[in-house]
Design a protein around this ligand. Structure first.
Ligand code: IVH
Length: 736
């Protein structure tokens, strides 16, 4: 496709022409984005793509009033090679936007006794007043908060840590079941309202999405074969389950129309209503939500006893496989909202509701083979490969068994001791179980009469990845070569890049495999030395330059992370997010922690003698010392929490301010800065609107954002201004 230019410089085109061209360009770019990133099937060269993008940006620059919040320029920006312009982390900001009211979790029960105890507690708290419960399906998707102001959809935020989540407005805007405006026809609309619901993908939509992917895959494979390229693994692969696609599509930084359109939000709670009619019951809430035009769960019933709750769950469980959506249990909630108040909440869940979960799904399958996975610390995990089954209506066998809509091709056999105890062998029939998000497991062997069994399984005596002689550590067998084993390295990198650690967008799975296999990366520090040209191995896979640039930019953007993330990323034994945070608070700086004695470590909440020894031992290990030196040499820095303003110092200057960030601020990655500001009470949002209080514009700011801010009279803060204001906040803390 040739790039069309309408001629003349942007500023000279008339508004109507510009509008039409912006629409045409946006659509073309979106289409190319999909082809580029998702389908690995580019239609235009990088130069042509860049030209389209530049043209759109120029037009928008000349006509800021025509910039749509969903314009491709407002999401991922084109980067010059590897340079962080501060705009690369699209609109989504990890932990960035505070909820209007905390999004609590649900307490859960797996048996009737626990439900009985819940009922008893409710009875007791209500001092004999009879409770009435509303029963709903427990939808298995991703939690979301929808905020409406004056009836207009304002933003959507993921649950995150319950206090603050990610801004996912750009994706939710495309969800059909989320009205842009609440209907006022049959119920008054409050000034500000926070609606809580679940983002799901109906099974039928999920299947349609996969069919579309299958068609594109065939097309891409046909093309590859025609061009004499290797067609294996080419094109989009099928998704495994609706839940993960739903939460992935929701959190995706860049809008993916095809997926977002297929999402559905079912609303089930109202939080924090400002203005509007007071509600008395949950049934009332559900009908108001419906009157406003939102979808709510189906088959809602009421109950007064534990038996009725059990019967409801039984009926849903019986129908579980024929529903068009996934559920993992039912929820019982008090109907009377005043009674809810009396029950109150813990910091984790309300005391007025209970999820009564289904038992894990189990199915029989045959073990086609047993393979060994190598983990981050070298532990070898035996994994059963499950024999493919031929679905009744299918033309070809599926790559595994179906367990509640999820295709399961592998199930864990835990460790050396377990596989020996259960005596699982190749060819055996086994019971496989999947509960929630956890890795499917082999529960037990199913006895078969008159069937000859294979030879007993023996865990390999050498590491399958590097060949090192394996050693036994308690019930585990492990590869001892922590330095040279490529499988351990891959797992370490995956952990380093994961969500609670360095949180590097797009660095996972096959990408890591390729980087390590091609010898481009041989330690975590190498990641930060990557340039776009180093990603040549990916060119063979048809990954476009833009994809490679984005990956490099995403890595570079995470050069500086808070100390707690840094520690999680290193993989200090027993140190999860919570302990890491305590360590970061206590020691402030990495160097101080590195000099800590076992006694000092032990004095920390949550750290006992065993963990203290393990941390000390880890920090003294030669490989760890080397890795830390390499990271330092690559410019990777752990930001001491003390240098960040105290999150408790709710300086008035930031509290409740709506802030938009653009451009680069020296010393902070964008996410880091967002979480600092949120910590100070600000709300960080993605787009400049009339509600915005402040636009923080660092180096190389997004021009359209700045112009919009000027137009709307939004206060602008440059880097110096920001530092001053943060400094003042910090000083206010010190003065206490
Ligand atoms: S009520 C304060 N109702 O389950 C309690 N939650 O495990 C608000 N969920 O994060 C939640 N279906 O996303 C409620 N009918 C339902 C639900 C439901 C699914 C999710 C929700 C929550 C999670 C808690």
């Amino acid at each position: 496709m040739a790039v069309q230019r309408t001629g003349g410089v942007a500023g000279q085109s008339s508004s109507a022409e510009a509008r039409a061209e912006i629409a045409r360009l946006s659509e073309a770019i979106r289409r190319h984005n999909t082809l580029y990133y998702r389908l690995s099937a580019p239609e235009v060269s990088d130069a042509e793509y860049d030209a389209l993008f530049e043209r759109l940006r120029a037009l928008e620059g000349a006509h800021p009033d025509l910039v749509h919040a969903d314009s491709p320029t407002q999401g991922v920006e084109v980067l010059s090679d590897g340079v962080d312009t501060g705009e690369e982390v699209a609109v989504g900001l990890e932990g960035g936007v505070e909820h209007l009211a905390p999004m609590l979790s649900l307490d859960s029960a797996h048996d009737l006794e626990t439900v009985g105890r819940f009922h008893e507690r409710v009875l007791e708290a209500l001092e004999g007043e009879p409770p009435r419960y509303v029963l709903e399906p427990k939808l298995d998707g991703a939690s979301v908060e929808l905020v409406y102001r004056d009836g207009a959809f304002e933003r959507a935020v993921t649950r995150g840590d319950g206090r603050a989540g990610e801004d996912v407005t750009h994706n939710v805007t495309r969800v059909r079941s989320v009205p842009r405006r609440l209907s006022r026809e049959s119920a008054p609309v409050p000034r500000e309202v926070s609606i809580r619901g679940e983002v799901i993908m109906y099974r039928s939509d999920f299947e349609a999405l996969n069919e579309e992917r299958a068609r594109k895959r065939e097309e891409a494979m046909r093309l590859a074969r025609e061009e004499g390229r290797d067609a294996t693994g080419v094109g989009p692969q099928p998704y495994k389950n609706p839940r993960n696609v739903a939460s992935g599509a929701l959190r995706q930084l860049e809008l993916d129309e095809a997926k977002a359109r297929r999402l559905t939000v079912l609303a089930f709670e109202l939080l924090e209503v400002e203005g509007g009619e007071p509600l008395e019951t949950h049934t009332g809430t559900l009908s108001v939500l419906g009157a406003w035009g939102l979808l709510t769960p189906e088959r809602v019933r009421t109950a007064r006893s534990v038996d009725e709750i059990a019967a409801y769950r039984g009926a849903f469980e019986a129908d579980r496989d024929s529903l068009d959506y996934e559920i993992d249990g039912v929820v019982a909630k008090l109907d009377d909202l005043a009674q809810r108040e009396r029950l109150g909440s813990t910091s984790h869940h309300p005391r007025w509701a209970l999820a009564y979960k289904f038992p894990p799904r189990q199915r029989e399958a045959r073990v086609a083979g047993i393979l060994t996975q190598v983990g981050r610390t070298g532990v070898l995990t035996p994994v059963a490969r499950l024999e493919a089954v031929w679905p009744e209506d299918g033309l070809e066998p599926e790559a595994g068994i179906r367990l509640g809509g999820v295709l399961v091709s592998r199930a864990s056999l835990h460790n050396r001791e377990e596989v020996e105890r259960k005596d699982i062998r190749e060819g055996d029939r086994v019971l496989v179980q999947r509960a929630g998000d956890v890795i499917p497991q082999v529960v037990a062997r199913v006895e078969e009469e008159g069937v000859e069994r294979g030879a007993p399984y023996r865990m390999p005596s050498a590491c399958p990845a590097c060949g090192a002689k394996a050693v036994d550590r308690g019930p585990f067998r492990a590869c001892p070569d922590q330095v040279g084993c490529p499988a351990q390295l891959k797992a370490r990198i995956a952990h380093f890049a994961s969500r609670h650690a360095f949180d590097i967008e797009g660095l996972a799975g096959r990408t890591i495999d390729r980087l390590v296999d091609a010898g481009v990366v041989s330690g975590v520090a190498d990641l930060f030395e990557l340039a776009v040209d180093d990603l040549a191995p990916f060119v063979k896979e048809g990954k476009a330059t833009q994809w490679r640039r984005n990956l490099v930019a995403a890595i570079h953007a995470r050069r500086e992370v808070a100390l707690d993330r840094f520690l999680v990323g290193l993989g200090v034994p027993h140190v999860g997010a919570a302990v890491a945070r305590s360590l970061a608070h206590r020691f402030g700086e990495l160097e101080a922690l590195r000099g800590a004695t076992v006694e000092e470590l032990q004095a920390i909440h949550g750290v006992g003698p065993i963990i203290a020894e393990a941390i000390r031992g880890f920090l003294d290990r030669r490989e760890v010392v080397e890795t830390l030196a390499e990271l330092e040499a690559s410019g990777v820095r752990a930001l001491p929490l003390s240098l960040l303003p105290d999150v408790d110092a709710a300086a008035d200057e930031w509290r409740d301010k709506r802030v938009v960030l653009t451009g680069r601020i020296e010393g902070y990655s964008r996410r880091e800065l967002a979480s600092v500001l949120v910590g100070l009470g600000a709300r960080v949002t993605a787009t400049v609107t009339g509600q915005t209080d402040l636009l923080v514009a660092g180096a190389n700011p997004g021009r359209s954002k700045v112009e919009k801010a000027i137009e709307l009279g939004v206060e602008l803060l440059d880097e110096r201004g920001l530092r001053e204001r943060l400094g003042r906040s910090a000083a206010a803390t010190q003065a206490r």
